[in-house]
Design a protein around this ligand. Structure first.
Ligand SMILES: Cc1cc2nc3c(=O)[nH]c(=O)nc-3n(C[C@H](O)[C@H](O)[C@H](O)COP(=O)(O)OP(=O)(O)OC[C@H]3O[C@@H](n4cnc5c(N)ncnc54)[C@H](O)[C@@H]3O)c2cc1C
Length: 471
């Protein structure tokens, strides 16, 4: 078994967790990552002496797969748990919505609707078997539980902001999983509490990469794979550095990319890789010299704003961790043609900052130390009603080719916890397949591109944030 060659395409958390599981079991997997650093959507940039995620990130206190991994890798001492607060921006006002009492005080709804909203959360969470909700849309389920006004005032703007044209198709199962995950991560005082690593997600990324490399595996960055093809009874991975043959290949890219790079995928399976659409994300990350607001998570229930969330990370992690600076993320999920996807960085910063000023009248542009726009085309799979039967299985019809992506996480929503769960589970499938007697013969190795040199060294530095003026 140790001489079996396994490639992993994609160095996000699915890929890194799979590589770790394989390396722990005596294999020496090679991870091919297109980006300049591992971590994928949970990747980070340097900020002063520490790192910060490109997109807002936290864990729930019951994210057991990630928390177990944190423990296994000896990072437990860096784990922190803090209470956070959530608010909704509605009709030019911020309403706190962190506790049952806040719900009862939520001004935009009549008292009877506030009671319905509160009861809805309890009722929704009491559903144990999500299969009861298969085929139903979130809109229908919420309206049944809490009435149309609650849907229109509280949920419609959030669904439209998050899922755009798909808002009315989103599955009740998606909403159920959100109620479960957010509802269970609570302190005794019924406040939401979230977990994080001191030093950021980068600490976990480094530890995973280190654990793979120290066991003989490789994590290659700036190494996009353009094709996976069958040659002389072997699977070949084609990248800029050349071709290499493998016995087993685990593909963790978004499913549409997987379909593109594996031309041999049979049509029925290929169809499933496209059945679950993805939305992209555009995020403006601001580093400020002072606090913007007291809220950690602000839902923007007003379609007049170009972003649907204002997440002030330093109302969760203290600003001292970032040399006294304050970090705020403004987020918009969108499709490829949306102006948030097509607008250039300078115009987007200018437009969005003017909207920040409208929302927080005391805000001044002079507070901004750095501003950076991040965009990703595959950020959020759209879980539509009845989609479970369309999810492609991890084991593809091509022997030796495995698929493990965000779009296959179900019934939960995407998240690093599930990326880790799925990555490790699929790796165990690969291990089992290798142990079968009919495994393929040893393959030829041809070297290619940039390996990460240091076992547990920092991620490849990403150039400092560009300032407010266009770079
Ligand atoms: C705005 C935002 C906020 C989020 N917040 C949270 C949060 O608070 N908590 C949480 O747990 N999760 C959060 N998530 C979700 C989390 O980031 C993802 O679920 C997780 O990172 C997915 O990991 P993955 O490895 O499956 O996919 P990805 O991270 O997408 O990794 C896939 C990798 O494949 C690489 N790749 C693509 N094509 C090729 C190719 N041809 N060759 C080689 N490599 C290729 C990509 O570069 C990428 O690194 C958030 C995501 C977003 C977008």
């Amino acid at each position: 078994m140790p001489d079996s060659r396994v490639a992993i395409i994609g160095g996000g958390y699915s890929g890194l967790a799979a590589a770790y599981e394989l390396a722990k079991n005596g294999l020496t997997p090679i991870v091919f990552e297109a980006g300049r650093a591992p971590g994928g959507l949970a990747g980070s940039v340097r900020l002063g002496n520490t790192h910060i995620e490109r997109y807002y990130h936290h864990w729930f206190t019951h994210d057991d797969h990630v928390l177990d991994l944190v423990k296994e890798l000896g990072l437990q001492r860096h784990l922190v748990v803090h209470e956070t607060n959530t608010s909704n921006y509605h009709d030019n006002q911020v309403y706190r919505l962190s506790s049952p009492l806040d719900v009862l005080r939520f001004g935009p709804l009549r008292l009877s609707d506030r009671m319905r909203l509160g009861r809805m959360a309890l009722k929704g969470r009491s559903v144990r078997d999500y299969r009861r909700l298969e085929g139903k849309t979130a809109r229908k389920w919420i309206t049944e539980m809490a009435g149309p006004t609650v849907y229109d005032v509280v949920w419609r703007p959030l669904f439209e902001g998050k899922f755009g044209p798909y808002a009315d198709e989103v599955s009740a199962v998606w909403f159920w999983s959100k109620l479960q995950t957010r509802g269970r991560s609570r302190s005794k005082r019924q406040r939401e509490q979230l977990a994080y690593l001191d030093g950021g997600f980068q600490r976990l990324t480094d530890a995973l990469v280190g654990a793979v490399i120290s066991r003989g595996g490789q994590v290659r960055v700036s190494c996009p794979v353009s094709e996976i093809r069958r040659r002389h009874g072997q699977w070949e991975v084609v990248s800029e550095g050349g071709c290499e043959s493998f016995d087993q290949i685990l593909v963790t890219t978004p499913t549409p990319i997987a379909a593109e790079i594996i031309p041999d995928l049979p049509e029925a399976y290929r169809h499933r890789t496209r059945a679950i659409p993805y939305l992209g994300v555009t995020e403006l990350m601001l580093v400020l010299n002072r606090r913007l607001s007291p809220t950690y998570w602000l839902n923007v229930n007003d379609p007049g704003y170009p972003f649907i969330g204002v997440i002030e990370h330093t109302n969760f992690q203290p600003p001292e961790a970032y040399g006294g600076r304050h970090v705020v993320y403004l987020t918009k999920y969108r499709d490829a043609g949306h102006e948030a996807a097509t607008m250039d960085q300078a115009s987007l910063i200018k437009t969005w900052l003017s909207q920040v000023q409208r929302m927080f009248p005391t805000f001044e542009e002079s507070w901004v130390r750095h501003a950076q726009v991040w965009k990703d085309a595959y950020a959020q799979p759209v879980v539509r009603a009845g989609c479970e039967s369309q999810i492609p299985p991890a084991e593809t019809p091509l022997p030796g080719i495995w698929m493990c992506s965000m779009a296959q996480v179900y019934p939960e929503d995407r998240g690093t916890n599930y990326a880790i769960q799925q990555g490790r589970r699929t790796a165990r499938g690969v291990l089992e397949a290798i142990e079968r007697p009919e495994r393929r013969p040893q393959a030829v190795r041809i070297a290619c591109t940039t390996p990460i040199e240091q076992a547990a060294g920092p991620a490849e530095p990403i150039p400092a944030f560009r300032g407010l003026s266009p770079a």
